[in-house]
Design a protein around this ligand. Structure first.
Ligand code: ADP
Ligand code: MG
Length: 244
């Protein structure tokens, strides 16, 4: 079942300096439970694409159909430093004035499952970057989104943390069965995390190719994908497309 459909989406920004074409005729869809990565050069229009999906921006033409609530996760974790981890996690429910204990228990269960329960009374600045990013994802998942948008969520992390956290985040996304769209300029990350990779051209971003990545090994983790024999072929193909 399709959770997101983008149909011939175009976006032009009109500024004092004139018109800036950013997205040119983007069409794709995302199935339930699928992770789709979008790779493209910096400034191509990737964040603009996510902002259009989330409804923060209107497309200039074309249509976007999303079924279900959206969760949005950014490069910065946007945790509040003056609130404990637990109080950060409750923000979504607090805003909705939702005192449902079952929902709080669900957050606790996620913390338990991903080894973060011992840190709920800590403040964000006492945690590592990787932990903060996992907390941020739990906070996003706590609102039960059906479509998850991730805008370069690992790019502020150091290399080793990024690789480890992507395995955890991958597992969390797959366990929760949301559909995810991961925007990145990192080819390896796209191949490691996604079921499909969408390659965009430079601005104005056109859809160059959609690549279904398949691996001989089943239920393969992002880390194992990185060392698989298929990985290099996909890397070379995407590298070639981006450098055309
Ligand atoms: P990416 O995320 O791929 O790096 P963005 O989507 O952030 O790229 O930006 C694409 C282009 O659109 C950039 O040239 C950027 O300066 C421009 N842009 C983004 N938002 C606006 C806006 N609100 N008004 C005008 N130009 C914008
Ligand atoms: Mg961006």
């Amino acid at each position: 079942m399709e959770k997101l459909i983008m149909n011939h989406v175009k976006k032009t920004f009109y500024t004092e300096l004139g018109a800036l074409d950013v997205l040119d005729d983007i069409t794709f869809s995302v199935e339930q439970g699928e992770i789709v990565a979008i790779v493209g050069p910096s400034g191509a229009g990737k964040s603009t694409l996510l902002n259009i999906i989330s409804g923060l921006l209107e497309p200039t033409s074309g249509e976007v159909i999303v079924s279900g609530d959206i969760g949005y996760m950014f490069q910065k974790d946007h945790l509040f430093n003056w609130r404990t981890v637990w109080k950060n996690l409750l923000i979504g429910l607090e805003i909705k004035k939702d005192k449902d204990i079952k929902k709080q228990d669900k957050i606790k269960a996620l913390l338990e499952k991903y080894g973060l329960i011992d840190f709920i009374h800590n403040y964000p600045q006492e945690l590592s970057g990787g932990m903060r990013q996992r907390i941020a994802l739990i906070r996003t998942l706590a609102t039960n989104p059906e479509v998850l948008l991730l805008d370069e969520p690992f790019s502020a992390l150091d290399y080793q943390t990024r690789i480890n956290v992507s395995d955890d985040i991958y597992q969390m996304i797959k366990d929760s069965n949301v559909s995810a769209i991961l925007v990145t300029h990192d080819i390896s990350e796209a191949i490691a995390m996604a079921d499909r990779v969408i390659v965009l051209s430079r601005r104005p971003a056109k859809l160059k190719k959609i690549i279904n990545t398949t691996f001989e090994e089943k239920n393969i983790t992002p880390l194992k994908k990185r060392v698989s024999k298929e990985f290099r072929e996909y890397f070379d193909e995407i590298w070639g497309l981006l450098n055309e």
